[in-house]
Ligand binder design. Structure first.
Ligand code: DX5
Ligand code: ZN
Length: 224
């Protein structure tokens, strides 16, 4: 069996991705390695452009540093950006394995997905809490993953919005076998069971992992 850090999104089991947004940035490399050693399946890299969301975070140099610190870790880059196309090459160069962009800014993403794949990466769409599943109809056939935001994007440590799970059946009905439904925001040992029951197979968590002393216990509890 592959070492955990070599698993990619093609792996079929439930995946837990620590989001480095809540890592201690004074020790970023150590934090990346610790989350993977604790059982993380990939690292989630949150990119905020100060426009699509008010905050700014994790530019390509930080992604590249995470890649250098944990070269075996699959990097899932979540672009909370108004112009995702601008960032495909910089994050590909920085070691990204998967690029996710928001369907609100790119409802018909054929050209963007082609560019992401041309750089050897997989691609995913993300929906904000208030975005209906129907908005994804044109994009779903093109991508590898669909991700529900269960908080309003922009920061970690927010309360899980359980009502977003009601979109899961409609999304899963539009998805083909092999595509993964993901969730991001407020995921914790307390909220993960409802996510898993809704058919979500990739769980992202920042504060519920990095905000604890025992990353392995948190990841195990989220995995269930
Ligand atoms: C929110 C980010 C999330 C964030 C999750 O804008 O997209 O990935 O890191 O943080 P928690 O798990 O603390 O809600
Ligand atoms: Zn995210």
């Amino acid at each position: 069996m592959d070492a955990p850090q070599n698993r990619s999104l093609a792996d079929r089991r439930l995946l837990v991705e620590p989001s480095i947004l809540s890592a201690d940035f004074t020790r970023l490399g150590e934090e990346c390695r610790a989350a993977m050693a604790a059982g993380g399946d990939a690292l989630h890299v949150d990119v905020m452009d100060g426009h699509f969301v008010p905050n700014i975070s994790l530019g390509p140099v930080i992604c590249e540093a995470a890649h250098r610190a944990a070269p075996g870790a699959f990097l899932d880059v979540h672009l909370m950006c108004t112009d995702p196309g601008r960032w495909v090459d910089p994050y590909a160069d920085a070691g990204a394995g998967h690029i996710q962009f928001h369907v609100e800014v790119m409802p018909r993403p054929a050209a963007l997905v082609e560019r992401i794949r041309a750089r050897g990466m997989t691609a995913g769409i993300v929906l904000n809490p208030d975005t209906p599943a129907s908005v994804c109809a044109d994009a779903i056939p093109l991508v590898d993953t669909v991700m529900l935001m269960s908080v309003h994007p922009g920061k970690s440590g927010q309360k899980f919005i359980a009502s977003v799970l009601s979109k899961a059946p409609e999304l899963l009905a539009m998805m083909r076998p092999g595509q993964r439904l993901m969730i991001d925001g407020g995921v914790s040992p307390a909220t993960a069971p409802a996510c898993r029951a809704a058919g979500i197979s990739v769980l992202i968590a920042a504060s519920a992992i990095y905000g604890t002393r025992d990353y392995a216990a948190a990841i195990t509890a989220i995995r269930g």
